[in-house]
Design a protein around this ligand. Structure first.
Ligand code: 5GP
Length: 116
């Protein structure tokens, strides 16, 4: 599968689509999900063109991997989620019903999220 340059998150990254960026570093950005499933529902994506988790881990540099996860941790700190808890998920491919073919992590918090 090849990366689709027109996917909605690619459009956010290349500023074709205007979205408020919550937090950003060298290799990753975070923004609110358009259809939140919890009071806090943030999407964290790498700036590089990676379709899903395995694609990212197989091809990304150590810096790209580090900066993505450090951005997530920065959000956990900023929203004070260490004590209240949160859910971090990523959907990869067909059986997970991944909708947008650019790797993204969902950070959900702000209420009891129930069981998976
Ligand atoms: P997936 O099902 O691929 O794991 O999740 C894709 C997520 O992207 C969904 O939660 C959906 O609400 C969100 N989403 C889809 N289009 C947009 C958009 O244009 N802007 C933002 N901020 N989120 C989007």
């Amino acid at each position: 599968m090849t990366y689709n340059d027109d996917n909605i998150f690619a459009q956010i990254l290349n500023k074709k689509l205007s979205t408020k960026i919550i937090l950003e570093n060298e290799h990753a950005i975070a923004f609110n999900d358009i259809a939140p499933q919890a009071p806090i529902h943030i999407l964290i994506i790498p700036k590089g063109k990676y379709i899903k988790y395995d694609d990212f881990i197989n091809k990304a540099s150590k810096d790209e991997i580090y900066y993505l996860f450090i951005l997530i941790n920065q959000l956990v700190k900023n929203y004070d989620l260490e004590h209240t808890g949160y859910r971090l998920t990523t959907n990869a491919g067909k059986n997970a019903n991944q909708e947008v073919p650019h790797l993204h992590f969902h950070l959900l918090a702000g209420q009891n999220l129930g069981k998976m």
